[in-house]
Design a binder for this molecule. Structure first.
Ligand code: ADP
Ligand code: MG
Length: 385
């Protein structure tokens, strides 16, 4: 859909013209997986897919929403008791509530919106939705909330109105995204720095391959990973009190406690310590425009996620194998694992062969046609018109 059509939809639905249009994107994370809860870094970037909304204050204390993609309407008041039934509307309700909880006054409004972030594929369509509305309401009602707090509002929406206990990365990337840059975010201090990322002129593309599987998880493997990391960090801390998280640890420190922790905990910690370093190495390489080194690091990350952290699966390892087979520069699992997408840094000249070959190979092996999402690192939350 184009913005022109969105304006038409708005006018038809609400009987008058929209006041303004806003947009906020989904995100990718180039490298830095399972590092957030270890106090380490992540390296996300906003993408050229997001939520676009048309909005106008309506002078009441009611919100009226229209989701173009679901072809559904929903209205609600702004008190805690007004929580809507529809899942998609809860993201907007949560944003409104979190703003109100911060002592700001939001009036009623009408809004129509659509999106092109694939849902549930690991590109954070939900953060795009939250950030688009948080940014729009802040701007429209002149609330004076800074960008950082807008990201917090989105995160709190997930926690309090959706029931997802996520970190800050997704909303942060959606709000702070900048064309031609990734964001190196320190998950402990929340300090951030832009890192140049403009692969196209250097002859590379970023493409996600969606395995289209999501394996049922038993015994909450994510919690077990966290416990392993905490156990390893605690063992190291007994000798090195300055180690708060694994982010602060070195391979030498890990070697010292080898006999004091389980082999499993050791493997998990080895991955995390390596991953923190790989991310920093990748950032140095990006500053020099050295995409080949970045690609090596991505393959190393995949290998670690598969062998040491054990969050891969047959399908993701197969996709990683395809990337190698077709000459892709870097490829790895993006997100928690056990399904979802791989993120690939692909030389322009290999792109077609990689996509065609991978689709055919994967289909032959698993009888599923993977989905392909091309992404370009782009600007974050903004007013469009
Ligand atoms: P993701 O990994 O994409 O963030 P989530 O499950 O966290 O997956 O969020 C997906 C949910 O966000 C959808 O089920 C829907 O409720 C809401 N959502 C995302 N994009 C849209 C959209 N374009 N229109 C309506 N709702 C959307
Ligand atoms: Mg989400």
């Amino acid at each position: 859909m184009e913005t022109k059509q969105l304006k038409e939809v708005f006018a038809k639905r609400f009987g008058e013209a929209a006041e303004a249009l806003y947009a906020s994107p989904g995100r990718v994370n180039l490298i830095g997986e399972h590092t957030d809860y270890n106090g380490g870094f992540v390296l996300p970037g906003a993408i050229d897919k997001g939520i676009t909304l048309a909005v106008k204050a309506n002078g009441t204390d009611t919100v009226r929403l229209f989701s173009v993609d679901y072809d559904e309407e929903c209205s609600f008041g702004m008190n805690e008791a007004d929580k809507p039934e529809k899942n998609w509307a809860r993201y907007v309700f949560g944003v409104v509530r979190e703003i109100v909880k911060r002592g700001k006054t939001v009036g009623g409004f009408d809004a129509a919106f659509y999106g092109d972030v694939p849902l549930g594929a690991g590109l954070s369509s939900s953060a795009a939705l939250e950030s688009a509305f948080a940014f729009a309401l802040n701007d429209m009602f002149g609330l004076g909330v800074d960008r950082f707090e807008l990201a917090r509002i989105g995160q709190a929406t997930e926690h309090n109105y959706v029931g997802v206990k996520c970190g800050i990365m997704d909303q942060f990337a959606s709000v702070f995204g900048k064309k031609g840059n990734l964001i190196r975010l320190d998950c402990r201090s929340l300090e951030y720095e832009y890192v140049p990322f403009d692969p196209a002129p250097a002859g590379y593309r970023v493409v996600l391959i969606d395995s289209c599987v999501k394996h049922e998880l038993v015994n909450n493997p994510y919690n077990r990973r966290r416990e392993s990391c905490e156990a390893a960090a605690a063992a190291i801390r007994r000798r090195h009190p300055e180690v708060e998280f694994l982010r602060d640890a070195t391979f030498d420190m890990l070697a010292e406690v080898k006999d004091e922790i389980s082999a499993e905990d050791h493997d998990r910690a080895e991955f995390v310590i390596g991953e923190v370093q790989r991310l920093l190495d990748a950032c140095h390489a990006l500053v020099k425009g050295d995409y080949e080194t970045v690609g090596h690091k991505m393959y190393e990350t995949h290998d670690g996620l598969s062998r040491l952290y054990e969050v891969s699966c047959e399908e993701l390892d197969f996709l990683n194998g395809c990337a190698k087979k077709y000459g892709v520069t870097g490829s790895r699992i993006m997100g928690g694992g056990f399904g979802g997408c791989t993120i690939n840094l692909v030389p322009e000249a290999r792109y077609e062969a990689f996509i065609d070959g991978t689709l055919a190979d994967y289909k032959a092996r698993f009888n599923i046609l993977p989905k392909v999402y091309d992404v370009v690192v782009s600007d974050g939350a903004r007013r469009v018109e």
